[in-house]
Design a protein around this ligand. Structure first.
Ligand SMILES: C[S@@+](CC[C@H](N)C(=O)[O-])C[C@H]1O[C@@H](n2cnc3c(N)ncnc32)[C@H](O)[C@@H]1O
Length: 306
C-alpha cells in the first residue's frame, strides 16, 4: 500500500492548542446511576462458525439469520454484487489486502468498510498520540471500543495495537463477517463482538462497559445515511448524520472517555464540528482533524478528541 496515498492529511486545530497526550483520569459520578456488576453483554457467537455457511447455485457464500433470511456474505464475482456495489469490486484489495483469503462482505459492507490503509492510519495515529492510564488490576491492558464495527475494517487494525477490542454492531451478518475476517488476519482472539443497537444503550450499559473493559478509547465510523451523503455540498453533522447526530454520539461516548475518534464525511461542516467540540468539551478544547485521501480521492475526515 502506498503510504503517500493519504499523506495529505492535515492538522486543523480549532483553538490553536496541540493535542493533549495524557488521559486525565476522571472519576465517574455514579450518584444517580445504578448498574449491576454482572452485565449481560449479549456476546455474539455465530453458531457453528463456518459450518453454517452454504454455497448457493451462483457460487455465493450465504448464511441464514435467526429469522431465516438468507444473507450473502461472500459474492462470487463482480457481477454477482448488487449493481450499486459493483464499482467497488476493483477496490477489493484496498478494502482488505487479504481479500483472496476468504474475506466475507455483505452488500452493505462493500461500500462501508474502512479501507485497510485508512484503518491502519487511524489505529497507528491513536497508538502514537495517546498515552493511556491503565487499570491497576490489569496494568498492561489497553482496550478500545469500536462502536459501529461493521465488517472489521477498523477493529482488525485496532487489534494490532490494543490488548482488547470490543466491537459493537447492530447487524448480525456484518458481525459474522467481522468474526471471520479477523480470523483471516489471525487476530480474532483479541476481538470481542457484541450485537447491540447503539440507540438502545443506556447510561447503565455505558458505565458497565467502562468498568468491565477499562475502555481507553472509543472509535466510531457511524452510518452516514447511505451514499446520498455526497449529494449535499455541506453535510450537516446534526441533521444529516443519521440516525445519530454528532452531539448524540459524542455525548454518549463522553460518559466513558474523552479519548474519542470519529470517521466523518468529506463534506462535513467543519464550523459545526468546531462549535460542537466547544459545546461538549469546553471552550478551550480542541479537535485534531485529518483529511484522509486514498489515491488522490478524499474519503473523509478523521477527528480525534482528548
Ligand atoms: C460505516 S459502517 C462501519 C464500518 C466499519 N468501521 C468497518 O470498517 O467495517 C456502519 C455500521 O454501523 C452499523 N449500525 C447501523 N446502525 C447501528 C446501530 N443503531 N447500532 C449499532 N450499529 C449500527 C451498521 O450495521 C454498519 O455495520
Amino acid at each position: 500500500m502506498d503510504l503517500t496515498d493519504y499523506a495529505d492529511h492535515f492538522p486543523t486545530f480549532f483553538t490553536g492548542k496541540s493535542i493533549k497526550k495524557k488521559q486525565t483520569k476522571k472519576k465517574l459520578k455514579k450518584k444517580s446511576i445504578h448498574y449491576s456488576d454482572i452485565h449481560d453483554y449479549e456476546i455474539f457467537d455465530p453458531q457453528n462458525d463456518n459450518n453454517s455457511e452454504i454455497q448457493d447455485n451462483n457460487g455465493n457464500l450465504t448464511i441464514y439469520d435467526k429469522d431465516d433470511n438468507k444473507i450473502i456474505i461472500r459474492y462470487a464475482d463482480r457481477l454477482s454484487l448488487p449493481q450499486n456495489c459493483q464499482k467497488y469490486w476493483k477496490q477489493r484489495y484496498s478494502i482488505f489486502s487479504k481479500f483472496n483469503d476468504n474475506i466475507r462482505l455483505t452488500s452493505e459492507l462493500w461500500y462501508s468498510v474502512t479501507p485497510e490503509a485508512i484503518a491502519d492510519y487511524i489505529a497507528s495515529y491513536i497508538k502514537q498520540n495517546y498515552t493511556f492510564t491503565t487499570n491497576t488490576a490489569s496494568p498492561q491492558k489497553t482496550s478500545i471500543l469500536d462502536v459501529f464495527a461493521g465488517g472489521g475494517g477498523n477493529s482488525i487494525q485496532f487489534a494490532y495495537h490494543f490488548d482488547k477490542v470490543i466491537a459493537i454492531d447492530i447487524n448480525f451478518a456484518n458481525l459474522y463477517c467481522l468474526k471471520q475476517n479477523s480470523k483471516v488476519y489471525q487476530i480474532n482472539e483479541k476481538i470481542e463482538t457484541i450485537q447491540k443497537d447503539w440507540s438502545q444503550i443506556n447510561d447503565a450499559y455505558l458505565l458497565s462497559l467502562k468498568k468491565d473493559y477499562n475502555i481507553n478509547f472509543i472509535f466510531a465510523s457511524p452510518p452516514w445515511g447511505g451514499p446520498e451523503y455526497l449529494n449535499k455540498d455541506t453535510f450537516d453533522l446534526q441533521n444529516d448524520l443519521k440516525p445519530f447526530s454528532l452531539t448524540d454520539l459524542l455525548s454518549g461516548f463522553l460518559k466513558i472517555t474523552k479519548n474519542i475518534g470519529l470517521f466523518l464525511p468529506r463534506n462535513s461542516d467543519l464550523n459545526q464540528l468546531n462549535q460542537i467540540t466547544k459545546d461538549l468539551f469546553g471552550e478551550n478544547s480542541n479537535c485534531f482533524v485529518a483529511k484522509i485521501s486514498l489515491r488522490t480521492r478524499t474519503k473523509g475526515y478523521c477527528c480525534f478528541w482528548c
